[in-house]
Design a protein around this ligand. Sequence first.
Ligand SMILES: *Cc1c(COP(=O)(O)O)cnc(C)c1O
Length: 360
Amino acid sequence: MWENLEVALEKVPREKMKAKPDQDKLGFGLHFTDHMLLMKWDRVNGWHDSKICPHQDFHLDPASMVFHYGQAIFEGMKAYRGKDDQILLFRPKDNFERMNASALRMCMPRLPVDNVLKMLRALLYLEREWIPAAEGASLYIRPTMIAVDPYLGVRPSETYWFYVILSPVGAYYAEGFSPTRIYVSDEHVRAVRGGVGNVKTAGNYAASLFTSQVAKKAGYTQVLWLDACEHRYVEEVGTSNIFFLLENELITPPLGGSILPGITRDSVLKLAESWGVKTAERQIAIDEVLAASQDGRLQEAFGTGTAAVISPVGELMYRDRIYQINNGQTGPLAQRLFTGLQAIQHGYDADPFKWTMRVF
Ligand SMILES: *Cc1c(COP(=O)(O)O)cnc(C)c1O
């Protein structure tokens, strides 16, 4: 099945393979499979030395540029086990195309999308026993690219590593699909227009940690980020895109340069439209959201992303005031989108948009 693939295979001997974790206690990003995909880039050879090899420690010079200047990009996607044990990916090309957009912004080399996808499918086939079967569980896929020149000058590295590691993850909502409490930050910002907020680069997440911690200490799950100029327009929630259902219109902020173009975001817009829901990509001020919540026009709010699919928002805290959304309950549209997207991802429902790719 995988002939014509220029990828070396270094297999872990069967007796050295790891024991599979307990399927009921997978959590997120805690366990890793036996193998990974690794390839290297330099100016002369381009991408080369691609191999599927044991998941292992790296030996890198401490001067490697990634450790100093953060030239690092990543992706997050999932392999789902569906009907008849078929294995499916959801819009995987979009993830690698987005990684190439990140690479361009961060002065890193482009990936050959079709080849990488082929290699990923070979890796998934090898690791097929690691793909969980429990409802809502999946195999999380983390493609990553790092700068590895041992050099302390500030310039783009001339050598890179690309690798893909795999982690079986449990259902995001272990205790049921439940709304989150969200802290609106009017002090810190996630990203600025013209910066790197629209690409998946490591530094964005480092920059968000402090505010996330403030939110957690105050008893909130995530931060709602506002725009960097006026601290007024809603941008994202945690590491997810945000949606509001306001007077039967589903609104999400436009991709203006500081917002990550989420694949779940795009899928939600298209799926909702196909159901006849009116959608809009437009700027929405926090004042508009809060006013609508107070006079009952705000019906629902939820985040979207690969990890949780849909993450309903039950409460917003802004300047020491609490605003409840839908009485703190999951709304019907969030519920329908969650169920609908998961059914497409696992191959249980028809896939009119041709989003899923069967791996084997
Ligand atoms: C990854 C990510 C998202 C969601 O993207 P998906 O493609 O839907 O997983 C949204 N916002 C940020 C900041 C992200 O890093």
